[in-house]
Unconditional design. Structure first.
Lengths: 216, 453
């Protein structure tokens, strides 16, 4: 379902990131472990269709993402890929409800309030629909950003360092929440982190530090 | 949820800044609209009121002043002309029609005009109620005069000398209202009309004694109860100044016998030494425009001024002032372009993550570009609409408080097609101000922005 082959991304003449080959079947989760600067973010951005690699191929469900033109790729991403960032990056001028509606709108999908309400009930933030992001706790914000990532029922759910700023208990909760949401939405979950606490939840682990080498 | 709603949410977030920019732009737009409305209504007024008047003949002096006083009833007349001499011009073959005007008095600032019924025909003024004058001291009111002063048929008023309400009052000659005109939208609405002889009648006893004006005033005030004596006093003074028909007028003081007035009665030879202020003349053929004014200016003690020419000259003079204000308006508009530009530019910095997230969620570069342009357009549309409303309000207020505009009504309730152009101008301002920030949004590098967290 996901196939990443001999991908390298060259930022500039001295900084090239080489990424591991990844071949994932649908419904199989993956943990990408690595230290800061190891290329985790590069990998995640490439998987999300946000960064076109200088070399190599990437297909998602048979679609060669980087063969699409930019706005086709934007649309494809909006419909099929959900991304959760370490910082939530909720739109601060919109309510929780409108943040989720915006995700539907930008993906080119029909507005579906029921989906939003059902999702927020599931994530235990239904009473916060009318609140603005500033009025939420960190944990609530993170749930909203998870809701936003899965609202369009993506096939691929990407999370970048979702647990790094959390204590052990909360870290555990968040991973379980992500796995739960991925399962409920039939999405393949890929988490990239330097947080080894997460490791126990995953069968598939790629340790990017071991593969990555600096190319001059 | 759509881009418009998102744009609005951002504008709401920095409400104060948004309102300031809207206000700044609206001031510039209001100034432009004000000028447009003012010049439009001014030109409309100037040309409408001068319709059917080819030339004005009056005392020598400033031709613009003659036009202003005789057609628009602003400014003082250049002086008087001798009726005998004027009559010779009336009979000139190039003159198809001449309407006499005798000015010099007012009631509460409304000018009283001694003229003939041809003057009413010129402005297509019809009676709303009552009848036209056919005796001395009978007057017909313009619609505004009747409205504003609450005058009815049969009411009597006393005129004041000069053109301001504070002038000396001729309280020995009551003027009686016999008719009220329908509103015409021309200067006639603000005038009080009577026969030419009425104006002579009012001034009979003191026409030539300006130097005694004060003394005269006292007489009136002190001797209000002694009209008879008073009348005699005046008669005496008149004698000193050698008026031919003084005796008759002296008798008329008691309002026992008043003269009958027709449109031609003032032409009687016994009035040859009387004076009128000016004549509004229509030519019998277009060629006269070239010859008649020169003939008058060179061969008589009077002057002829053509409204069409003087209006153009007046507008050119005003044009300098209008251009200056217009320049000021464009400075304001330019300032608002900068204001909107800076506001959007700053908000792009605050919003770079929002923009990256929008792309991540499926928004295209063009969506982000549109988002910012929409914000610029919303501000400028609001500024444009507010500006147009402000412009109309300003001219309405100016029209009500600008006292000289009494004969020159300007109103905020006229809309002209050029205002669409002003609205387009406002929208162009919005696009110019937002195009660079919009392009920055378009260029946002998502991966790079998100990697910086």
């Amino acid at each position: 379902m996901i196939s990443l082959k001999s991908v390298r991304h060259r930022y500039n003449s001295v900084n090239t990131v080489e990424l591991p080959d990844i071949d994932l079947q649908s419904g199989t989760d993956l943990l990408v472990l690595g230290l800061s600067g190891s290329g985790k973010s590069t990998l995640l951005h490439i998987l999300a269709g946000l960064l076109k690699p200088t070399e190599g191929s990437y297909t998602l469900q048979g679609t060669n993402l980087y063969a699409l033109n930019e706005s086709e790729r934007d649309q494809y991403r909006g419909k099929n890929i959900g991304v959760i960032f370490q910082q939530m990056h909720l739109i601060s001028t919109l309510t929780v409800f409108d943040n989720l509606k915006l995700a539907q709108y930008l993906a080119g999908l029909k507005p579906n309030s029921e989906r939003i309400e059902q999702l927020c009930t599931d994530l235990d933030i239904a009473d916060k629909l009318k609140s603005f992001p500033d009025e939420l706790s960190q944990g609530q914000k993170q749930r909203v950003s998870i809701a936003r990532a899965v609202v369009n029922k993506p096939v691929l759910l990407l999370a970048d360092e979702p647990t790094s700023s959390l204590d052990d208990l909360r870290s555990n909760d968040v991973v379980l929440l992500l796995k739960d949401q991925a399962e409920k939405n039939d999405a393949t979950l890929i988490i990239s982190t330097h947080d080894h606490r997460v490791k126990s939840h995953f069968n598939n682990v790629v340790d990017i530090d071991k593969i990555q080498k600096e190319v001059v | 949820m759509n881009l418009m709603k998102l744009s609005l949410s951002y504008l709401r977030r920095r409400l104060l800044n948004t309102l300031l920019n809207v206000l700044l732009l609206s001031l510039g737009i209001a100034t432009v609209v004000l000028l447009l409305l003012f010049t439009y209504q001014l030109e409309d007024n100037l040309y409408k009121n001068a319709e059917g008047i080819d030339v004005v003949v009056g005392a020598k002096g400033s031709p613009i002043q003659l036009i202003l006083s005789s057609i628009y009833h602003i400014d003082s007349p250049t002086g008087n002309i001798n009726l005998g001499e004027a009559k010779q011009l009336m009979r000139h073959p190039m003159v198809a029609e001449s309407v006499p005007l005798a000015l010099g008095d007012n009631y509460q600032g409304y000018r009283i005009v001694g003229t003939t019924t041809q003057y009413l025909e010129k402005y297509a003024a019809e009676l709303y109620e009552g009848v036209l004058w056919d005796h001395e001291f009978e007057i017909v009111l313009g619609a505004d005069v009747a409205d504003n002063e609450n005058l009815k048929i049969g009411d009597t008023i006393y005129s004041s000398h000069g053109f301001t309400a504070s002038g000396h009052t001729h309280d020995d000659h009551a003027l009686i209202v016999t008719g009220i005109l329908q509103a015409t939208g021309t200067v006639i609405d603000g005038l009080i009309l009577s026969g030419v002889e009425t104006m002579w009648g009012i001034h009979e006893h003191h026409e030539h004694d300006d130097e005694h004006d004060h003394e005269h005033g006292h007489h009136h005030d002190q001797d209000d109860d002694h009209h008879h004596n008073n009348g005699h006093n005046h008669d005496d003074e008149h004698h000193n100044h050698g008026h031919a028909d003084d005796h008759k007028h002296g008798d008329n003081h008691h309002h026992v016998h008043v003269r009958d007035i027709t449109d031609t009665s003032f032409l009687s030879d016994r009035y040859n030494d009387e004076q009128i202020t000016s004549m509004l003349i229509r030519y019998s053929n277009p060629l006269a425009a070239a010859q008649f004014p020169r003939f008058v200016n060179e061969n008589t003690s009077m002057q002829a001024a053509a409204p069409a020419f003087e209006i153009t000259r007046l507008l050119n003079l005003l044009g300098v002032g209008i251009d200056t204000i217009r320049l000021f308006a464009f400075v304001l508009i330019f300032a608002s372009v900068l204001g909107i530009f800076i506001a959007l530019l700053n908000s792009m910095k605050e919003r770079k993550y929002d923009l990256a997230i929008m792309r991540t969620l499926g928004g295209s570069r063009f969506s982000l570009f549109s988002l910012v342009i929409i914000e610029g357009l919303l501000i400028s549309l609001a500024g444009g609409i507010l500006g147009i409303l402000l412009g109309h309000a300003a001219i309405e207020v100016a029209g009500r408080f600008f006292s000289e505009a009494q004969q020159f009504e300007v109103t905020g309730f006229v809309f002209i097609t050029e205002e669409w152009a002003v609205l387009v101008l406002a929208l162009i301002v919005g696009i110019i101000a937002s195009i660079i920030p919009a392009f920055m949004a378009y260029k946002t590098d998502i991966a790079q922005t998100l990697a910086k967290t």
